[in-house]
Design a protein around this ligand. Structure first.
Ligand code: ARG
Ligand code: ZN
Length: 848
C-alpha cells in the first residue's frame, strides 16, 4: 500500500531525462508500448537506483540498457514500480528501452490508455502515464516526446506537431518539454470540424474539434469558443499559442470534465457537443468556459507546470481564475460573479465545513486524485482574486508578465508564484500565504458604531478548526466596503479595507447622515460575513446597493433569514423581491438570480454554520412554502414576466437571450407552486429548445406529473446519451424526497443504466445526492443505496467511486439518528475487501 505523501519530503529526481521516444501498436488486448528514454545520472559520483513508476497492468516483455539486458538480479518489479539497481547502470548517459503489453479494453478505470466506444484515448493526469509504460511519472520530470502510433484506425493523434501520417502509422513530435501527465494519444474513426487561427505574431494554427461521424453539427459552438479563447488570451494576458495544430477530441467515457494535454485536449463529450434541441443555456456557458479553461492551461499548466502535486492549485486556481475572467468579459460580469459565489458556497464552503476540509495547497495526501476539489480549484481562484484586489490591476498584470518570463519551462511552486508577486510589487506576502496553507472558511464578524459623523467598522476574524489544524492565525482579508446614504445614493465609493489582525477597526469620517454599509462587495474574500442587520436594511440594500453582488447578497440574506426564522423576515423578503422583479432597468438574469431561493443544501450549510442541526424534511417543506407565498403575492407580475420573457426568433445561446430565458424559468418555477404545473405542461409541449424543456420537465417531476413528458423525451432521444443523462438525473434530483430513492432504484434497474459510463453513473447517483431531503431520508435508504453503488463502482473505477463518496461529506452536521446511519454506511464501505486506495482514503477521512 502506498504510504502518505508529504510535501516536506520533496526531492528532485536523481536522474536527467532528455528525450522520450514512444512507439505504440494499438490493440484492444495486447497493445504493445515500446519506450526509449535518454537518461543520465544527476550525480555519477553518487549513483542511485533507477526507480520507474509502473502499474500492475504493465506486462514487461523486454528491458535493455544501451541495448543490453541487465542481470535479472538487478531488476525488481512490484505492482507499483520497477527498480534497476545502481550497480546495473552506466555512469555515462544511457538509453533505457522497455517493451510492455497493456490491455486498453480491460481498462474500466479510464486512467492511462483505454477504449471509449471504439476510440482509443488517454487520461494521464495525475498519475495515469504509469499505466502506459514504466516512467518517472512526476510533473517535475519534463522532456521532449517523439511518438509513433500504429493502428488501422483512420485518425491517429498525439501531442505537438504531426511529422508523418501514412496508412496505419503516424508520427508526432512535441518540441515543448513536458511532464508525462500531459501526454495524450487518440485513435479512432473520427471526423473534424476545422478552422484556422493566425496568432498575433503570424503563426498559422490548424484547429480541429474531433467527434464521431454524425456529431459534426453539434461541434460548432466548441470551435467558436476555442477561437474566442485564443484571441482573449492574446488580448488580455499576451499569451500566444505555440504549435501548428490544436486538436480537441470528444469522448463519451471520461472521469472528469476535460484535460489540457499539450496540443491535444481531450474532453468529456458533454463539454463539446451542443445543439439547441439537446443542450441548455447552462451547458453552452459551461462548454465555453471549459474549452477556455483547457486552452488557458497551455500557459498556466503546460508552459509553466507544477513541481509536485501538492502545487496543483498553482495551475488550477490560476486557470479557473482566468476562465472566470474570460466568461465575465464575454457575458455579464455581475451575473458571473454571483454564479461563482454560489458555486463556492455550495461546494467549497460545504467541503470546508466537514471532515474533508483541506487547504488549497495540502501538505499530505494518499491519493492525489482525491484532491481535484472545490478547494483546490475554486478557492484557489478566489485566492488569486484577493491577491489582485490587494496589489491592484496594474501590478497584477506586471506580476503575471514576470511569472511568464521567469518561469517559462519550469515546474514551479506556490512559493515561486508568491515570490513573483513580492518582486513585482515590493509587498510582503508572508501572511497572505496562509490562504494557501490553512484550511477552513474564516468567519468575519462586523460591528458598526456611529458617532458625530464618524462611522467605525470593527471586525473580528476567526477560522473554525479543520482536520489537523485546530488553531489558525489571522489572515489578510481584503474587505471591500461602500457606503449608501439614506436616500439610496452612494456616499462613499468602494474602498478595500485590509484586515491583518484578529480584531481591527476602520473609520469613515465627515459623513452627514448615518449611511448603510455595503460590505464584502464583489465577495472580496471567501469568508462568512456575520453582521447584525435588520430586515428593513437588507431590503434597502437589495433595492439600492450599487454593487451587484452586494445587492444580490442582501436579498440572499433576507431569503435565508426568511427560510430559517420565518416572519417577519419572510414578508420583508416577499415585498422586496417583488419590487426587484418588476425593476425593468435590472438585467433579467440578475432578477432571475434574485428570484431563485437558496437551495436546500445551502440552507442546511447556513444552519450548521449557525450551530443548529438542519432537518432536511423541514427545510424542504419550508422552502416550498416560501416559494408558494411569493407566487401568491406576486401572481400577476410573475405571470406577466413569464409571458414577456420569451425570446423571439431562432435559439441563440448568447448572454442576453439566455438571461431572458432564465427569468422566464424562474417565474415558471414559482408559478408552478400555484398553477399545478399547467404552464410547465404547455411549455414542455411547445418549447423547441432544451433549456425550456428541461426547466418545464423539472417542474413536472417535482409535481409528480412528468410521466408523459418523460416518455416523449425518451422516445425522441433514446440514442442520445447526453440527453438521456439529463433524463436520468432530473427524475432523481427533482423527485419528491419521499420517492427519490425508489425512483433511483427503478432507474438503476434499467438496461440503459450503463453504470460504468461516468456520466450515466453521475446522473443517477449525483442526482440523488443533489436531492437533499431524498439523499438524507430519515430511514437511511439514500445512504444505503449510495453505499451499495459506490462499492460496486469502486471495483471498476476507483476515481469515480471516491469522488461520488463526497455525497457523505456533510454527515456530521445532521441529527444523531441520521448520523448513525450515514456512519454505518461508510463503515460498510470501509470494510469492503480490496477497496481502492482512492475510496479508502476518502472514507477514512470521513469517519476519522
Ligand atoms: N487538469 C484537468 C483540468 O482541470 C483535470 C484533470 C483531472 N483528472 C483527474 N483524474 N484527476 O482541467
Ligand atoms: Zn484545469
Amino acid at each position: 500500500m502506498q504510504p502518505v505523501q508529504h510535501l516536506a519530503d520533496y526531492r528532485p529526481w536523481p536522474f536527467l531525462l532528455s528525450q522520450t521516444r514512444l512507439d505504440l501498436t494499438l490493440a484492444g488486448r495486447g497493445t504493445i508500448v515500446r519506450a526509449a528514454l535518454d537518461l543520465a545520472m544527476r550525480d555519477p559520483d553518487a549513483p542511485e537506483d533507477l526507480i520507474l513508476d509502473g502499474g500492475a497492468g504493465l506486462q514487461l516483455r523486454a528491458l535493455t540498457i544501451d541495448g543490453q539486458a541487465p542481470d535479472p538480479a538487478h531488476v525488481t518489479r512490484t505492482d507499483e514500480r520497477l527498480t534497476i539497481a545502481a550497480a546495473a547502470l552506466p555512469r555515462a548517459p544511457f538509453i533505457l528501452e522497455t517493451e510492455v503489453a497493456i490491455d486498453p479494453e480491460a481498462n474500466t478505470a479510464f486512467e492511462g490508455l483505454y477504449l471509449s466506444g471504439g476510440i482509443f484515448c488517454t487520461q494521464c493526469e495525475a498519475e495515469g502515464f504509469r499505466h502506459i509504460t514504466f516512467y518517472p511519472d512526476r510533473p517535475d520530470v519534463m522532456t521532449v516526446f517523439h511518438v509513433t502510433l500504429r493502428s488501422d484506425l483512420p485518425v491517429l493523434l498525439s501531442n505537438g506537431n504531426p511529422v508523418r501520417t501514412d496508412a496505419g502509422v503516424a508520427e508526432w513530435h512535441d518540441p515543448w518539454p513536458k511532464p508525462a501527465y500531459l501526454f495524450a494519444l487518440v485513435a479512432g474513426d473520427l471526423v473534424a470540424v476545422s478552422d484556422r487561427f493566425t496568432t498575433r505574431s503570424g503563426r498559422e494554427v490548424a484547429l480541429n474539434v474531433w467527434v464521431r461521424p454524425g456529431d459534426q453539427d453539434r461541434a460548432g459552438f466548441a470551435m467558436e469558443s476555442l477561437v474566442a479563447s485564443m484571441r482573449w488570451d492574446e488580448d488580455v494576458y499576451g499569451r500566444e499559442y505555440d504549435l501548428d495544430v490544436f486538436n480537441i477530441v470528444a469522448v463519451d467515457d471520461f472521469n472528469m470534465g476535460a484535460m489540457e494535454n499539450k496540443g491535444l485536449n481531450i474532453f468529456n463529450s458533454k463539454l463539446v457537443l451542443a445543439s439547441p434541441d439537446t443542450a441548455t443555456d447552462t451547458d453552452y456557458e459551461r462548454i465555453e468556459a471549459v474549452i477556455a479553461h483547457e486552452y488557458f492551461h497551455n500557459w498556466t499548466g503546460n508552459r509553466i507546470t507544477c513541481r509536485d502535486w501538492f502545487q496543483l492549485c498553482l495551475k488550477e486556481g490560476l486557470t479557473v481564475y482566468r476562465d472566470q475572467q474570460f466568461t465575465s468579459d464575454l457575458r455579464s460580469a455581475a451575473v458571473k460573479r454571483i454564479e461563482d459565489v454560489q458555486t463556492m458556497r455550495a461546494r467549497q464552503f460545504r467541503e470546508d465545513q466537514g471532515p474533508l476540509a483541506h487547504p488549497p495547497r495540502p501538505d499530505r495526501y494518499e491519493e492525489i486524485n482525491n484532491f481535484y476539489t472545490a478547494t483546490v480549484y475554486e478557492k484557489g481562484a478566489e485566492v488569486i482574486g484577493m491577491l489582485k484586489l490587494l496589489v491592484g490591476d496594474e501590478a497584477y498584470a506586471r506580476a503575471l508578465d514576470l511569472y511568464f518570463t521567469r518561469h517559462d519551462g519550469d515546474a514551479a511552486t506556490i512559493e515561486d508564484w508568491l515570490t513573483v508577486f513580492q518582486d513585482a510589487t515590493g509587498r510582503d506576502l508572508t501572511q497572505f500565504k496562509r490562504w494557501y496553507t490553512d484550511a477552513g472558511t474564516p468567519v468575519l464578524e462586523m460591528v458598526e458604531d456611529w458617532q458625530d459623523g464618524t462611522l467605525t467598522l470593527s471586525f473580528a476574524q476567526s477560522t473554525p478548526p479543520t482536520p489537523g489544524q485546530p488553531d489558525k492565525p489571522a489572515r489578510v482579508i481584503p474587505i471591500a466596503v461602500g457606503l449608501i446614504g439614506p436616500d439610496g445614493d452612494e456616499v462613499a465609493p468602494t474602498r478595500v479595507l485590509e484586515m491583518t489582525e484578529a480584531r481591527e477597526s476602520f473609520t469613515f469620517s465627515g459623513l452627514g447622515a448615518r449611511p448603510v454599509v455595503s460590505a464584502l462587495r464583489g465577495f472580496s474574500a471567501p469568508v462568512m460575513l456575520k453582521r447584525l442587520m435588520d430586515d428593513a436594511t437588507r431590503a434597502f440594500l437589495l433595492a439600492h446597493d450599487t454593487d451587484p453582488f452586494a445587492r444580490w447578497e442582501a436579498g440572499r440574506e433576507l431569503a435565508l433569514s426568511a427560510l430559517i426564522h420565518g416572519d417577519p423576515a419572510a414578508s420583508a423578503y416577499i415585498d422586496a423581491i417583488g419590487a426587484l422583479a418588476a425593476d425593468e432597468s435590472a438585467d433579467p438574469a440578475f432578477r432571475a438570480l434574485c428570484l431563485t431561493l437558496p437551495g436546500e443544501e445551502e440552507i442546511a450549510t447556513r444552519m450548521a454554520a449557525e450551530g443548529s442541526t438542519p432537518d432536511p424534511d423541514a427545510i424542504h417543506a419550508t422552502r416550498g412554502d416560501l416559494a408558494r407565498r411569493i407566487a401568491l403575492a406576486h401572481q400577476d407580475l410573475l405571470s406577466r414576466l413569464y409571458d414577456e420573457m420569451t425570446v423571439p426568433g431562432a435559439y441563440s445561446p448568447d448572454a442576453a437571450s439566455a438571461a431572458r430565458r432564465s427569468l422566464r424559468i424562474a417565474t415558471l418555477g414559482l408559478l408552478a407552486r400555484i398553477d399545478g404545473g399547467e404552464r410547465a405542461e404547455i411549455l414542455f409541449g411547445v418549447a423547441s429548445n432544451m433549456t425550456e424543456r428541461m426547466a418545464a420537465l423539472a417542474v413536472l417531476v417535482r409535481l409528480d406529473r412528468a410521466g408523459s413528458a418523460l416518455k416523449v423525451l425518451e422516445a425522441e432521444f433514446a440514442d442520445n446519451r447526453l440527453v438521456m443523462d439529463k433524463w436520468f438525473a432530473i427524475q432523481v434530483m427533482a423527485a419528491p424526497p419521499a420517492q427519490a430513492v425508489a425512483v433511483a432504484r427503478d432507474l438503476a434497474a434499467r438496461r440503459d443504466f450503463d453504470w460504468k459510463n461516468p456520466n450515466r453513473f453521475r446522473a443517477l447517483l449525483g442526482g440523488l445526492a443533489g436531492n437533499h431531503a431524498g439523499f438524507h431520508a430519515a430511514d437511511g435508504s439514500g445512504y444505503d443505496f449510495t453505499a451499495d453503488w459506490l462499492m460496486r463502482m469502486d471495483a471498476a473505477n476507483p476515481q469515480i467511486a471516491a469522488r461520488m463518496s463526497t455525497a457523505f461529506e456533510t454527515w456530521p452536521r445532521y441529527d444523531a439518528a441520521r448520523g448513525a446511519r450515514a456512519r454505518a454506511a461508510l463503515e460498510r464501505i470501509a470494510a469492503l475487501e480490496g477497496l481502492s486506495r482512492n475510496t479508502r482514503e476518502m472514507v477514512s477521512r470521513m469517519i476519522a
